[in-house]
Design a protein around this ligand. Structure first.
Ligand SMILES: Cc1ncc(COP(=O)(O)O)c(C=O)c1O
Length: 393
């Protein structure tokens, strides 16, 4: 064997079966080989275990899928390269020309854009309602055969809490699939409901460190088998190294999530009495309109706290600029705290009435609470609120 051949066929290193690595290795390989044509064909026909090509599966991705399915309390999971990838690929997989989708004004912007731009091109229509308009949901489902109801809870950014039992009951009664983008609530919540498919951005709480993207669709075995065959040809494959980092992130998921929620609760309570703040949007506050429902539906209230400043857009700009420990950046759920001012939260695709329903006003600020000492975060918010009061004279 000449050296150019050697470097392409390096000596195998066997790990004895009774000498396992404690952390699973990253299978950073696209291909898996077979010893004979017959075995390769048996693999293609699904007649033997194993892996063939990364776009279909890989042990590192598979371990992540199995973990996520169990966290969400369902049989199966398929992962992909981003949260939006999971939403797009699931919608493309589950709908066909002529279908109708019921979705909500308060949903994540790119989800609405997928419906408005991408699915519309393939003659899939949609209706956008307020997540609070249950009468509208019932009327729409009665009037129009609907393939699926796609919703979020808590909603972004003002933490409205969907009535999940009512929504799922109505959808089921009218033969529509229920699809919940559960990103804000986290990977362990809402398992008790009659949801067909959970979608997640793993970029948020699963990664937890703001350094890796991923997405997941989780549900029953038959539904996920159907999705997997389409995800494979749509091609938004998760890289094994990203899957490894996500699996690593999950080890501290519960510790992080609970600590972030505890700080979010303290911060929401602290902000609620500040004179510059008109209203805090956090379902953990007993005064929040979603509190009773969130208490019945959720084990924790989430790590996102939003509030509306009396001073409007200018006050929000000053406050955001004055914050030291909150990075002005998109996304949520990471160890570092983030802030989004209303100027960056605006939804350009919504009309005036829809913007009123979305409840993002000129003074609405969204915080994603991280793992810094809560006292430092409260001190930082206090000094930036003092800065806007001083500017207002
Ligand atoms: C509710 C929700 N769904 C989906 C996504 C998209 O996830 P990703 O950024 O991983 O594509 C986000 C991102 O902010 C989100 O907030």
């Amino acid at each position: 064997m000449k050296k150019p051949t050697l470097v392409n066929h390096p000596p195998p290193v066997e790990v004895p079966a009774d000498n396992r690595p404690v952390v699973a290795p990253i299978y950073q390989t696209v291909k898996f080989e077979f010893d004979s044509v017959e075995e390769a064909l048996r693999s293609q026909r699904g007649e033997r275990p194993g892996f063939a090509y990364l776009r279909t599966s890989n042990p590192t991705l598979r371990q992540l899928e199995l973990t996520l399915a169990r966290m969400q309390g369902r049989e199966e999971c398929v992962v992909c390269a981003s949260g939006v990838g999971a939403i797009a690929q699931a919608l493309l997989s589950l709908t066909r020309a002529g279908d109708h989708v019921l979705a909500f004004i308060e949903s994540y912007g790119p989800t609405r854009q997928l419906l408005q731009r991408t699915l519309a091109k393939f003659s899939v229509s949609h209706t956008l309602l307020s997540i609070e308009d249950l009468a509208g949901v019932e009327r729409t489902l009665k009037e129009r055969p609907t393939r699926l109801v796609l919703f979020e809870s808590p909603t972004n950014p003002v933490n409205k809490i969907a009535d999940i039992p009512a929504l799922t009951r109505l959808a089921r009664a009218h033969g529509a699939l229920t699809v919940l983008d559960n990103t804000f609530a986290g990977l362990h919540q809402h398992a008790q409901f009659d949801i067909d498919l959970y979608l997640h951005s793993l970029t948020k709480f699963a990664s937890g460190h703001g350094d890796v993207m991923g997405g997941a669709a989780i549900g029953g075995a038959d539904l996920v088998r159907h999705l997997r065959s389409d995800f494979t040809i749509l091609g938004g494959t998760l890289d094994p190294h990203a899957a490894y980092l996500l699996q690593r992130g999950l080890k501290t998921y519960f510790v992080r999530y609970r600590a972030q929620c505890e700080s979010a609760q303290r911060i929401a309570e602290h902000l609620a009495s500040h004179p510059a703040i008109e209203r805090v949007h956090y379902p953990g506050l007993v005064t929040d309109p979603g509190h009773a429902r969130a208490s019945a539906q959720m084990s924790e209230f989430g790590a996102v706290v939003s509030f509306s400043l009396r001073g409007g857009a200018e006050a929000a700009r000053r406050l955001t600029d004055a914050l030291q420990f909150f990075s002005m950046a998109a996304s949520i759920g990471a160890t570092d705290s983030l802030v989004m001012p209303p100027q960056l939260l605006a939804s350009r695709d919504l009309n005036e009435e829809q913007r009123r329903i979305s409840a993002v006003g000129p003074g609405t600020v969204r915080l994603s609470i991280g793992l810094e000492a809560c006292e430092d975060l409260i001190g930082d918010l206090d000094q930036s609120l003092a800065a806007i009061s001083a500017a207002a004279g």
